[in-house]
Design a protein. Structure first.
Length: 131
């Protein structure tokens, strides 16, 4: 994608049940043709949350170091990173569903640059009912 509009990643979705808590674990690898474009990602969907706490770390492949850490605490609020051309982002946390609906993970370029962003095969989206 060359667009800065967040879009659902195919296969990165589930149907959330009202009143239930879910453990979420996402690992995705991205490639940016132009590093200056950066990346944005968010938790979204038709479900509403009474609580959302997802921590993330971004690992820069060129230096094999953790480049950035942060958290997502509201749906449809994107985390933005202006970083390297290839990296792994690992997100882990809990979502408490208030009203049932879909829960999706979205990503896009941070800016409408000249390059493209690709999510690399091997990216994973896992969820389970919290114990």
């Amino acid at each position: 994608s060359t667009d800065a509009t967040l879009a659902n990643l195919p296969g990165f979705t589930f149907d959330g049940i009202a009143g239930r808590s879910y453990d979420i674990d996402i690992t995705f690898i991205y490639f940016l043709q132009t590093a200056a474009d950066g990346i944005r990602f968010a938790i979204s969907g038709t479900a509403t949350f009474s609580a959302l706490r997802i921590a993330y770390e971004l690992i820069d492949w060129s230096t094999a170091t953790i480049f950035s850490v942060g958290q997502i605490t509201a749906n449809d609020t994107a985390a933005t990173e202006a970083v390297t051309t290839i990296a792994t982002v690992h997100l882990e946390g809990t979502a408490v569903i208030d009203a049932a609906g879909t829960v999706t993970f979205q990503a896009a370029c941070n800016s409408n640059g000249a390059g493209t962003m690709s999510i690399v095969a091997g990216s994973v989206f896992e969820y389970q009912l919290a114990q």
